[in-house]
Ligand binder design. Structure first.
Ligand SMILES: *Cc1c(COP(=O)(O)O)cnc(C)c1O
Length: 401
């Protein structure tokens, strides 16, 4: 295997993002294949006993076992790191494997974590139900409130953890401020950037230490595989994340890594076009529904902050109907768009968070997080925007809006 370009990492780092997305991290075998090869192998063989010893001792480069290294997986990791502007990246089987690994690898009994209230349901579940079992305390804050982060700090605070935009309330976190407070207090900031991806938002530029992904969403972008990734400095990945990951084994399958690798080639085109379609639909819907939250519209209370952090506002927004019954009737009236809880897909998908993705938070938790009974979250796809608008228009009319 050799680097396809014959170029070193310093050169590929200087490529512009679109070039990195298509060529970054590519290795080629002796066959000179155009598209990255898929290595479905769990193990490796060696020329002689001395070289396997040298590899295990770390004196010789090369693969030893696919829980530790796999060429296809490494191509994906290098490409994500380049696109993120991060020194290093490691991938995991799912977004939740990535979040769990990013948190558990660095937290110990007696530590304290501060996390944003509005978050993906399973992220909150880990903080409330897994970390607490191992003696890791938490404070949950309104992530939009800059002062709340500082007030929550204790002498044992190790990690700040948040999403921006948050799922599904579209809350925006002031990253420069919150990451700055963390840095000043020796706290590691972990940002779940699944909604935006590095194409729309580069968290490291705002002072984040670790960026974690559900690559299931926009990175794959075509609803095919589950995948996750964690990016950080070379030192943090090698010294903090890797000892945990190599021994606990949350690895992505090489086939799934390959799918995401191919997805990244079109990520920028999809993310920008889906953002454009979402903006057109949100503009159309704004006067039709009681309330709509899209960071790309001036009516979003944190519009200016969102647009200072993001290149475009992404494919996802939320809107509010009267109650659960009206929300469900609207979903049932759709003819083109699908009812689905996935996001980032090239198809337009709608879901009712209170009864699905955020069901496990309980009624009280949802009320506190602003996940109302009439709320619907939409992922706007790559269909012709006029067809999406027509479908939503028809469904809203059917429920009397
Ligand atoms: C989907 C999602 C996750 C979980 O990712 P999976 O790939 O489904 O495990 C975590 N955080 C956010 C913001 C998500 O949207």
């Amino acid at each position: 295997m050799k680097k396809a370009t014959g170029l070193d990492r310093a050169t590929t780092r200087n490529w512009r993002p679109a070039t990195q997305a298509v060529r970054g991290g590519t290795w080629r075998s002796e066959h000179g294949e155009t598209s990255e090869a898929l290595f479905l192998t769990s193990g490796y063989t060696y020329d002689d006993a001395e070289s396997v010893a040298a590899r295990f001792a770390g004196d010789q480069d090369g693969m030893t076992y696919s829980r530790l290294q796999n060429p296809t997986t490494q191509m994906l990791e290098e490409r994500i790191a380049l696109m993120e502007g991060a020194e290093a990246c490691r991938t995991q089987a799912t977004g939740m494997a990535a979040m769990t690994t990013a948190l558990l690898c660095q937290l110990s009994a007696g530590d304290h974590i501060v996390a944003g209230r509005a978050a993906f349901g399973s992220c909150r579940w880990i903080i409330d139900n897994v970390l607490t079992r191992f003696g890791i305390e938490n404070t949950i804050v309104d992530a939009r409130d800059n002062d709340a982060w500082e007030k929550a700090i204790r002498p044992n605070t190790k990690v700040f953890f948040f999403e921006t935009p948050a799922n599904p309330t579209m809350d925006i976190v002031d990253m420069a401020h919150v990451c700055g407070i963390a840095r000043g207090n020796g706290i590691t900031t972990v940002v779940d950037n699944a909604f935006a991806t590095p194409v729309l938002q580069r968290c490291l530029d705002f002072g984040a230490d670790v960026v974690a992904y559900s690559a299931t969403k926009l990175m794959d972008g075509q609803g095919r595989v589950l995948a996750g990734a964690v990016c950080g400095t070379e030192q943090w990945i090698n010294d903090v994340l890797l000892p945990f990951q190599r021994n606990t084994g949350p690895n992505i399958a090489p086939f799934n890594a390959w799918i995401v690798l191919k997805g990244l080639e079109t990520l920028e085109l999809r993310a920008m076009k889906q953002s454009e379609n979402a903006l057109a639909l949100a503009r159309f819907m704004e006067s039709r529904v009681p309330r709509l939250l899209y960071p790309g519209l001036p009516s979003h209370p944190q519009h200016n902050l969102a647009m200072a952090q993001m290149r475009a506002a992404g494919p996802i927004f939320s809107f509010f109907l009267e109650d659960r019954a009206q929300a469900m009737a609207m979903l049932n009236a759709l003819e083109l768009a699908d009812i689905s809880n996935n996001i980032g897909d090239s198809r337009t998908l709608l879901c009712h968070p209170a009864s699905t993705t955020h069901n496990n938070m309980g009624e009280e938790g949802r009320a506190l997080a602003g996940i109302e009974e009439g709320m619907i979250r939409i992922n706007v796809g790559l269909e012709d925007p006029q067809d999406i608008i027509d479908d939503i228009d028809r469904a809203l009319s059917k429920v009397g809006l």
